[in-house]
Every structure is written in C-alpha cells, then in structure tokens.
Ligand binder design. Structure first.
Ligand SMILES: Nc1nc(=O)c2c([nH]1)NC[C@@H]1CN(c3ccc(C(=O)N[C@@H](CCC(=O)O)C(=O)O)cc3)CN21
Ligand SMILES: CC(C)C(=O)C(=O)O
Ligand SMILES: [Mg+2]
Length: 275
C-alpha cells in the first residue's frame, strides 16, 4: 500500500513482531487467502491478521486440479492486486512450484514477490530447504515454511493425503520444523496432520504456527477464502467450514471466521485428523 493509504488506515499494520507477540500471549492468529484487491480489502477491514496469496489460485482462479501449473508471473500479478486492496494485514505470498530449487533462483523469484508488495514468502518443504531459507533471510526476505501435506508434491505423495501419521513421520516433521526455525523461518504453515502432531510441533518451536487441518493447538488457522464461503465447487477437505451459512454478507462470514479462530471455536473435532 502507499504511504497515504497507510496514514488513512484505521489499525496499525500487522508485522512479524506482532505475530510473534500474539503467539507468546496466546492470541490466535486468523489467516485467509485472497487473490484480488476487493476481497483483500474486505477481509482487511474485517480485521484479518494475515492475508496469504496462495498458489491455490491454480485451483481457485484457474480451475486447475493442482497448484503445479502456477507461474511466478501469475503470483506477482495477484500479489500486486491484493496489495492494492490491503491496508494493514501482514501479506504472505506463496512461491510456486519449481521457483525455489536453488537459493539463487529462490532469491530472484522472492524479490519479484516482495517488489509486488509481499511482506514474506512461503516455501513448501522440509530440512532440504534450510540452506535456501537462510539465504533468503540473510538477504532480508522473511520466510514462512510449510510442512505436512505439501500440495506441490501431490505427485510424489500420491494424492492429497494426511501426513505425519506414523511415529517416524511425526518425528521427521518435528525435526524439520526445528531445522527451518534455526535457518531463520519466522512463520510455519502445518497442513493436514493429526492434531496431536500439530500440538507437538508447535510446542517444539518458538515461531508462530498456522494450521490448516492441523488441529486447534497451532498459533493460528488458515483457510482458502472460496472454501470458507462455500464458493469452491466439488468436495471440500475435512478441515473446511462454511462461514457464510447463517451470515447475511461476506463481511459477516469473514468476521465470524476471525471470531471463531480467536475464541478457539474453530477448528472443532470434526475439522481435525487423528493419528
Ligand atoms: N480449494 C482449495 N482448498 C485447499 O485447501 C487447497 C487447494 N484448493 N489447493 C491446494 C491445496 C490442496 N489441498 C488439499 C486438497 C485436498 C485435501 C483432501 O481431500 N484431504 C482429505 C484427506 C485425504 C486422506 O488422507 O484420506 C480430506 O478428507 O480432507 C486436502 C488438502 C489444500 N489446498
Ligand atoms: C492452503 C494454504 C496454506 C496455501 O498454501 C494456499 O492457499 O496455496
Ligand atoms: Mg499454497
């Protein structure tokens, strides 16, 4: 956003320090995805803490069956749209498939997302990414890590399956979280893992964790906007709840989501996975 917009904003911009303080104070962090200026504006005005420009735009905007075809140019375009609509939320952008295979490649692509208005970039992967995370953070690009179900790895995983169910897989995930934190990651998305592991991973590190199908004990929650408005065709993952039901407007749905995340009402047991 511009300096003029910032001056007119009715709340202080959310920063990574604020998110860290929220974790320490036990205040849950509410996150939603957005892909355009209008919805970004509405969720910012509703009081969302973090907006994620997800590569889920491959599914949501483009009608693809995975996030794999999404390009860096498309991400840059949507980040610039969302940045125009947002005033105060912390803005995270996904790095798409194949754009962070080496530290140098990651830096070049992360820089284009930061120039478009992102405050942080998100990468999918475990310990193998530690060197890249350190490389980015040293060069002033804040990093959100992403563990558990990695949608960009759908073809190596053999489908969108719950992760970390065995004791071995759970142990690896906790170690990966600690390694990525040590490398400088300042936020961590945990996707589709048993609630018990979401709790254990969160307790094993100091940075805030944002869960999607990772149980109620993460520092915050994220949902894809179209999913939580009931606007995505087809069968929804178990962790999705329709927040538009019973509301009179989309703003009401955003506010209800934020309130249920803050009070711990969402996610309920029906949105969670067991080991
Ligand atoms: N609309 C949308 N919502 C998402 O949450 C999302 C996307 N798109 N695209 C990128 C990824 C793909 N995601 C997905 C997709 C499907 C499941 C799913 O069907 N999970 C099963 C569990 C399967 C199992 O292990 O048995 C479920 O019942 O929830 C989970 C995450 C999450 N992300
Ligand atoms: C579901 C969230 C975490 C994501 O990565 C996306 O929207 O692409
Ligand atoms: Mg993503």
């Amino acid at each position: 956003m511009s300096y003029l917009q910032e001056a007119a904003a009715n709340r202080a911009p959310i920063t990574i320090s604020k998110l860290q303080a929220m974790r320490e104070a036990g205040e849950k962090i509410a996150v939603l995805t957005a892909y355009d200026a209008s919805f970004a504006n509405l969720m910012d005005q509703s009081g969302i803490d973090v907006i994620l420009v997800g590569d889920s735009l491959g599914n949501i905007i483009q009608g693809q069956t995975s996030t794999i075809p999404v390009t860096i140019e498309q991400m840059v375009y949507h980040v610039s749209c969302v940045a125009k609509g947002n005033q105060s939320a912390f803005l995270v952008a996904d790095m798409p498939f194949g754009t962070y295979s080496t530290p140098e490649q990651a830096m070049e692509n992360a820089a284009s997302l930061m120039r478009a208005g992102a405050h942080m970039v998100k990468l999918e992967g475990g310990s193998w990414l530690a060197e890249t995370v350190r490389f980015l953070v040293e060069r002033s690009v804040p990093v959100c890590a992403h563990l558990g179900l990695l949608p960009q790895s759908v073809h190596t995983l053999g489908g969108f399956k719950v992760q970390g169910k065995s004791a071995e897989a759970a142990e690896i995930l906790v170690k990966d979280a600690q390694t990525l934190e040590k490398a400088g990651a300042q936020l961590l998305v945990l996707e589709a893992i048993p609630s018990e592991l979401g709790k254990k991973a969160t307790a094993s590190i100091k940075l805030p964790t944002i869960g999607i199908g990772a149980g109620p004990d993460c520092s915050g929650q994220v949902l894809v906007m179209h999913d939580m408005l009931g606007a995505f065709p087809g069968r929804s993952p178990k962790f999705v709840k329709n927040f538009l039901l019973g509301q009179e407007s989309i703003e009401g749905a955003f506010k209800s989501y934020i309130q249920e995340v803050k009070t711990g009402k969402f996610p309920g047991p029906e949105h969670c996975f067991k080991s």
